[in-house]
Ligand binder design. Sequence first.
Ligand SMILES: C[S@@+](CC[C@H](N)C(=O)[O-])C[C@H]1O[C@@H](n2cnc3c(N)ncnc32)[C@H](O)[C@@H]1O
Length: 423
Amino acid sequence: MVFLFAKSFVGMLFVEERSLRRSLSSSELTACVGLVFVEGVALVGGLERVDDWRGTKRSYFLYLEVVFFLEDWELLEMSKAGALDLASGLGGKIEKDDVLSAVDKYEKYHVCYGGDEEERKANYTDMVNKYYDLVTSFYEYGWGESFHFAPRWKGESLRESIKRHEHFLALQLGLKPKQKVLDVGCGIGGPLREIARFSSTSVTGLNNNEYQISRGKALNSIVGVDQTCNFVKADFMKMPFPDNTFDAVYAIEATCHAPDAVGCYKEIFRVLKPGQCFAAYEWCMTDSFDPNNQEHQKIKGEIEIGDGLPDIRLTRQCLEALKMAGFEVIREKDLAVGSPVPWYLPLDKSHFSLSSFRLTAMGRFITKNMVMALEYVGLAPKGSQRVQLFLEQAAEGLVAGGKKEIFTPLYFFLARKPQSDVL
Ligand SMILES: C[S@@+](CC[C@H](N)C(=O)[O-])C[C@H]1O[C@@H](n2cnc3c(N)ncnc32)[C@H](O)[C@@H]1O
């Protein structure tokens, strides 16, 4: 289905082709007008005549619908992009009646609710899984299938920059057709599908969140990579793979959830074949972060609660951890430095974009009110607004951390497991 509309102009009229197409068989479009509020959201109203299969009995339907759509209709069919999808997915595998208490428990892990780092690290599985059960449908609604940031060029859309960032990792790893690749902390598999198709490799997505895996499997079969790619539900601190299994391993904004970087990198080292590479984008505090500065600590706390993190390591701590795990570091760089468009721009309140409207301050304001209404009428579980609130806190912390250059989600490294892994 394609909407015929003049994109991006508030108040343009358009004709809904779905109704037109239906009219070829059993129903006839009598009138249909729509109002495009903003790119991605429209109000469609129409009068439709529907005949029964014999063509004898006629009914007229007057309808009014709010339509959420993307530029590319196939993407809309794949992604859970609508408000009702957001509501129905909210809570992931948590029973809908238990969402509110899950939010309570999740928040209590964090500093502003009296929690501490040790407790978060000791209970990382529970904390991180609760977080992703609660937020995944918001992520999918706002970001699409890939849950990560990207450095960006001027003139490049957010979606293009995200894909380029994924291709960059594949090129750095020198992926070759038919290789067996591991995606550590794969989300719902956006990067996995892109990298598998880009490099003709077979990618295994490792994830400890059951709800995300169920979404990933559904999306893999829609695009047709389900024969070559798969998902494994497990903790990246103890992977269920034999030693020396994979030709390459990558992790995109995922190993920051590890309670201990050395332990996590050692597991990656173990499952990687000798002589092969591991590449990642890590979330890190930079050298400009001052642990004695209260404002810096507040920003760090906001990012931790808003993003399900036990602690955020410094770039140099990640580097040390890689070496301690046995890797040779080939190259490393904070890709935020020198990016022509800052990675946090889509979340910055002063920025407006039609193509990533849902991430903007106005888009988030609409989502907030929509979630409030959905919760009020019982379509979204109780606690949904609280999830939206800590995500809002995350956005503020991320933008502030990015602007002050004390935080980066783009710390890139490429590391090799030596041919002989005797340390
Ligand atoms: C920010 S998301 C990134 C997802 C994906 N890499 C992407 O870019 O779309 C972090 C992911 O790491 C996963 N994760 C966190 N801790 C994990 C653990 N201990 N074991 C396996 N996966 C984990 C989460 O479930 C989530 O899918």
